[in-house]
Design a binder for this molecule. Structure first.
Ligand code: ADP
Ligand code: MG
Length: 737
């Protein structure tokens, strides 16, 4: 039955979890201020113990019952017939199988708020361990990032619904340029990560979109771009005879250098054309978002995690960047999911079923005209469900969104609309019957904020109905101090100054940081597939008092600058932030214990073997290797300079005793002329450290079911020394045991 989503955990006995004989509590009238009387009888998919069920067939629902449903609101219409009235029934949305949803409504009608509700319910269902998905929310106006904080602004409303406010731990990706300018503590505590796009991801027409802000470049310029891309990919010769070698990954600066130095480009294009493109590329570089090794779908789609992509700091460049990012995201998510499912392997190991939630989608998938994201979104809408992926599109102008995308929607939630063509678009596309009363322009344009007409394709011969969206548990939008901080960063890097160079992160450091995140998330995913699942919901991470002090310091500088420049009046209150009162300590991730070893022989029983849930051999080895490379203590031991080289030898066995494997690997390394130095215990792993002339070596052990692996990492400054040490270790490990 659950064919559409092979990764949804089985949950056939939800009855154990709750008493299904208890009749459902209706939502109190005081929580539903708007309750129009609707003449036509209402007949929905109702489970008397649960409420109105959206997005599920009867048979699917009989199997899963309460499992994987999200509470999104209540039926808010009355009927002449008391017996059939569903007034006050909770409305539960299926989150187990994939959906394509459209959320429509004019500005201020509550669309983004409703998207937030969907994200909250995904997070809650994951905390209850009923589903395991990744949710990526694309935020253009700074409204979803605030999900970390409880919704304390609507406490009274929450009371009426019998809810308590709370925050959710969301990861927030912000443009790399903003990220680089922020203090480290803030990045860490506010769970901020750098968002970047690798220039190699962009096609010629994508470049046109970026460089001309949504327009297209002249044919000559396009030819020039195409020439540059070709040259930097394949390499090109200089006048001096020197060859600029092939680059698999490159920066905008590399592209500019190519225009400036390639004789063949000089021969083909006029100085004016070259200059014009250089200027545009410099401008694009200053956005601080294009950077080699950009963010990938695998960074963003993390099982169990809500990820917010906040492009608001990009201002007027947000739209073009977002289109390119969304294109990449849709294509990557879909191809990963397709590739893995075809192989018959569980796709979850590489990329979980993903919910892509896109606010203000009409700019990305317009009815007329093209954007870099249009085809990719339509493709995702059409194919995604087959691979467990969901899409939620939100728009204030349903008439301006491509029909190819809207026609895929199996669920539509429409808030108030006021334009005739938008109302018509809704009528044409509603996947269920639209009663005459709802077609009335006055009716649909006077729906109050938070009220919506809901259409569900699984009950397509039945009519749409009025729902009041429930209040948010977490904060929706509003300015937080981070907003001010993002602005402050902008000020630190003056706009328009041509020579401005971005503050570059040291290459090594940054890649480690990002890898660390991936690695940490991977570990989480690995552990979650095992038996020992943490029972307690993860607490929202808040900034500590010290972080806020840093932030406030920054804000003061910012305000000072504004005053100096007489730009505008600005005042901040001296009132302490409520957040300062209860600093929540981030749980310390791991304790590190370092044990020096003086004997030449290893005590294998002192080496911890990290146990993973059931995973493939490759993933086991990859996760253990990553741990060695990116844990702080082992990284510090191995890498002493940026120029270090490294080699990795993977060792894995099935049904081998850990003690035997540890002794054997240690003996192999020792016999290659290295000396046992120390053991570092961290996080259930032990890093066994060896030292030799100009090289450092670590191995660590991980196991999963009957599989065991002990990857060996060799690092040193001289490539040849590292290679020869690796060869010696390899050959001694390949001897029969
Ligand atoms: N279901 C709701 N319950 C309570 N308040 C709501 C609800 N929906 C929206 N609001 C309020 O209306 C404001 C605007 O909603 P929002 O979703 O941001 O509008 P838009 O449709 O422009 O995205 C929100 O900040 C929130 O205060
Ligand atoms: Mg909005």
């Amino acid at each position: 039955m659950n064919a559409g989503n092979p990764d949804t955990p089985e949950n056939e006995h939800p009855e154990d979890a709750q008493d299904l004989d208890k009749p459902i509590d209706l939502i109190h009238k005081s929580a539903l201020p708007y309750r129009p009387r609707v003449g036509e009888a209402l007949d929905l998919h109702v489970d008397l113990n649960i409420g109105v069920v959206l997005g599920r067939s009867d048979s699917f629902h009989r199997k899963y019952r309460a499992g994987g449903l999200g509470m999104i609101g209540g039926v808010a219409e009355t009927s002449d017939d008391v017996l059939t009235s569903l007034m006050g029934m909770p409305v539960k949305l299926d989150l187990m199988s994939p959906h394509v949803m459209l959320v429509a409504g004019k500005r201020g009608s509550g669309k983004s708020y409703t998207l937030g509700i969907i994200a909250e319910e995904l997070a809650l269902a994951m905390e209850r361990r009923e589903i395991e998905v990744a949710a990526i929310m694309v935020d253009t106006v700074d409204v979803f990032r605030q999900m970390v904080d409880p919704n304390d602004d609507q406490i009274d409303l929450l009371k009426k619904w019998d809810y308590e406010s709370r925050g959710f731990p969301v990861n927030v990706y912000i443009p790399r340029r903003t990220y680089v300018g922020l203090p480290d503590e803030v990045k860490k505590k506010a769970r901020l990560y750098p968002l970047s796009i690798g220039p190699k991801e962009l096609t010629v027409s994508d470049w046109g979109y970026v460089l001309e802000k949504g327009g297209t470049l002249s044919t000559t310029m396009e030819n020039l771009i195409s020439e540059i891309l070709d040259s930097v990919r394949k390499g090109y010769a200089l006048d001096s005879g020197e060859h600029v070698s092939l680059k698999r990954d490159f920066s905008i600066k590399d592209m500019i250098r190519c225009i400036e130095t390639s004789p063949s480009i000089e021969g083909l294009f006029t100085p004016a054309t070259r200059m014009a493109l250089i200027q545009r590329l410099k401008r694009a570089d200053r956005m601080g978002i294009f950077h080699p090794g950009g963010t990938s779908a695998q960074d963003l789609a993390i099982a169990g995690q809500i990820t917010v992509i906040d492009v608001a700091p990009l201002g007027s460049d947000a739209e073009a960047v977002l289109a390119i990012l969304t294109n990449m995201l849709c294509r990557q998510v879909l191809t990963y999911r397709m590739a893995w499912t075809d192989e018959g392997t569980s796709a979850r190991e590489e990329l979980p079923p993903t919910w892509l939630i896109i606010d203000e989608a009409h700019t990305l998938v317009p009815r007329s005209g093209d954007t870099p994201a249009k085809d990719a979104i339509i493709g995702y809408a059409k194919l995604g469900r087959r691979f467990g992926c969901s899409l939620v599109l939100c728009t204030q102008q349903p008439s301006a969104v491509s029909d190819d995308a809207i026609s895929q929607a199996d669920l539509i939630i429409s808030h108030s609309l006021s334009h005739d063509n938008d109302i018509r678009a809704l009528q044409q596309r509603a996947p269920a019957v639209l009663p005459d009363q709802f077609r009335d322009k006055v009716f649909i344009s006077s729906l109050p904020r938070g009220a919506a007409i809901v259409f569900d394709q699984t009950t397509e011969n039945k009519r749409g109905f009025i729902m009041q969206v429930r209040p948010r548990l977490s904060q929706h939008g509003g300015t937080d101090r981070l907003s001010g901080l993002f602005e402050a960063v902008k000020l630190l890097i003056p706009e328009g100054a041509d020579e401005v160079e971005l503050v570059e992160l040291p290459e090594e450091e940054e890649s480690v940081e990002v890898e660390e995140i991936i690695e940490a998330e991977e570990d989480l995913a690995l552990e979650e597939s095992g038996e020992e699942l943490p029972e307690v919901p993860r607490p929202p991470l808040k900034l500590s008092k010290e972080d806020w002090q840093v932030l406030d310091g920054w804000m003061k500088d910012y305000v000072q600058k504004l005053f100096e420049e007489q730009k505008q009046e600005f005042s901040i209150t001296d009132e302490a932030s409520p957040r300062v009162e209860e600093p929540v300590e981030e749980p310390s991730l791991s304790d590190v214990e370092i044990v020096p070893v003086s004997e030449p022989e290893i005590d294998a029983s002192a080496v911890l073997v990290k146990k993973f849930g059931p995973v493939s051999k490759e993933l086991l080895s990859k996760a253990t290797t990553r741990k060695i490379l990116y844990s702080k203590a082992s990284h510090g031991y191995l890498f002493t300079s940026e120029k270090d080289h490294r080699e990795t030898i993977s060792v894995d066995r099935i049904d081998t005793e850990p003690l035997i494997l540890i002794n054997w690997v240690a003996a192999g390394i020792s016999s290659s002329g290295l000396e046992l130095d120390q053991l570092i215990h961290e996080d259930g792993f032990t890093f066994v450290c060896f030292r030799g002339d100009g090289v450092r070596v670590i191995f660590s052990v991980g196991s999963s079911e009957s599989k065991i692996c002990a990857p060996v990492v060799i690092v040193g400054i001289d490539r040849r020394v590292v290679a020869s040490a690796a060869d010696r270790i390899r050959s001694s490990l390949h001897k029969p045991e």
